[in-house]
Write a protein that binds this ligand. Structure first.
Ligand SMILES: O=CC(=O)O
Length: 327
C-alpha cells in the first residue's frame, strides 16, 4: 500500500499476555495504522469511520454486534489460528464483513504437538521428570513403565490439514492409523499415509490405543466425545485433544479417568481455559495438560501474522482473500 495512507486496523492491545507481539510491530506498522481498543474508545468519533479491518490476535478484540454497529466501514476480520468458533460468521456476513484465518500456518506445529502429547503421555514423561528432580532419589524406571507408541493403533478423529500431518508423523512411528471424518473421506490422502477410514466413529474408538481429536468445534462436534464414546474406548487407551475443550464432555472424561474406563488423557485444550485451580483434571497422574500451546512457536506466530496481513490487504483492495473463511 505504498504511496497511500496506511489503512486503520483495530487491534486489542500491544504486548502483555494477550496483545500483539512487540516484535511483530515493525512489520505490521509498515502495512497498517494500528489502533488499540483503548485508543479507539478514547477517540471513537473519528476512528469509527476510519477503521477498515480488525486484526484479531488470539480471539481479541472480542467482536460483538455493538462493535460491528460502531464500525460502518469495516471490511475484513483477520483471525489468527485455525479455529473460528469464537466468531459469529452469520452476524459478520450480515454486516458485509469478510473473515480469514491461518490454517496452513499452524498445521505443522499443531501436528508436532499432538505427537509430543502422545509420546509424553504414553512414556510418562512428566512423571519421570518429577521423579528425577524430586528430593527422594530412591526411584527407578520400574515406577515409570509406559506403553509403546511405535506400532500402536492411532485413531484420528478429524483428518483435515492437521489430522493428516499427524498421520504422516504417525506413519514414521509405524503406527496403524485409523481415521474418521464426519463428511468427507479422502482416498488419496488416506493411501498416502496408509490410513484406514472408519465410517463409524465407534469402530475407531473401539480399536484405537490412542484417540486424537483434531476436529473443528461446531454444533455437530460439541461434546462429540461423551460417556458413551469413552466407554467404547479400550481401558488401555489414551485420549489426546488438540482441537477444542468443548469437543469433549469434560465431566464424563473426569469420571472415565477416575473409574479407569480409559487409561489416560493428554489435553492441550480444556473448557474453560485455564481450568479452575481445584479442577479434578489438574490432580490426576494419568492426565497431562498444557495451556493451548500447540501452535506456539516463534516461526509459526510470525507466519500467522504475515498471513493475516496479506488477507487484510487483499480484502481492502477488493481482491480474493487468502484463507477466507466461507459461511
Ligand atoms: O487453537 C488454535 C487455533 O485455532 O489455531
Amino acid at each position: 500500500m505504498e504511496g497511500q495512507e496506511l489503512p486503520y486496523v483495530l487491534i486489542d492491545s500491544i504486548g502483555g499476555k494477550h496483545g500483539v507481539y512487540e516484535d511483530h510491530l515493525e512489520f505490521l506498522k509498515k502495512h497498517f495504522q494500528l489502533i488499540t481498543m483503548k485508543e479507539y474508545l478514547e477517540n471513537k468519533k473519528f476512528l469509527s469511520e476510519n477503521i477498515r479491518a480488525v486484526y484479531m490476535w488470539y480471539h481479541k478484540p472480542v467482536i460483538n454486534e455493538g462493535l460491528l454497529q460502531s464500525l460502518p466501514n469495516l471490511k475484513v476480520v483477520a483471525s489468527s489460528g485455525v479455529g473460528i468458533d469464537h466468531l459469529d460468521l452469520k452476524l459478520l456476513s450480515s454486516y458485509g464483513v469478510k473473515v480469514s484465518n491461518t490454517p496452513f500456518a499452524v498445521s505443522t506445529d499443531t501436528a508436532d504437538f499432538g505427537m509430543a502429547l502422545m509420546l509424553a503421555s504414553s512414556r510418562r514423561l512428566v512423571e519421570g521428570y518429577q521423579m528425577a528432580v524430586s528430593p527422594n532419589t530412591e526411584y527407578s524406571p520400574a515406577d515409570c513403565l509406559g506403553a509403546e507408541v511405535s506400532g500402536a493403533t492411532l485413531g484420528i478423529v478429524g483428518m483435515g490439514t492437521i489430522g493428516y500431518k499427524v498421520a504422516e508423523r504417525a506413519k514414521a512411528f509405524e503406527m496403524k492409523i485409523l481415521y474418521h471424518n464426519r463428511n468427507q473421506r479422502n482416498k488419496e490422502e488416506e493411501s498416502a499415509v496408509g490410513a484406514i477410514y472408519c465410517k463409524k466413529i465407534d469402530d475407531l474408538l473401539q480399536q484405537s490405543d490412542f484417540v486424537l481429536l483434531s476436529v473443528s468445534l461446531t454444533p455437530q462436534t460439541h461434546k462429540l466425545i461423551g460417556k458413551r464414546e469413552l466407554e467404547l474406548m479400550k481401558p488401555t487407551a489414551t485420549l489426546i485433544n488438540i482441537s477444542r475443550g468443548l469437543v469433549v464432555d469434560q465431566d464424563a472424561l473426569v469420571e472415565a479417568l477416575q473409574n479407569k474406563v480409559i487409561k489416560a488423557a493428554a489435553l492441550d485444550v480444556t473448557h474453560p481455559e485455564p481450568l479452575p485451580r481445584d479442577h479434578p483434571l489438574l490432580n490426576m497422574k494419568n492426565v497431562i495438560i498444557t495451556p493451548h500451546m500447540a501452535s506456539a512457536t516463534k516461526k509459526t506466530r510470525r507466519l500467522m501474522m504475515e498471513n493475516m496481513t496479506e488477507s487484510i490487504e487483499a480484502g481492502l483492495r477488493g481482491l480474493p482473500i487468502p484463507n477466507e473463511v466461507l459461511l
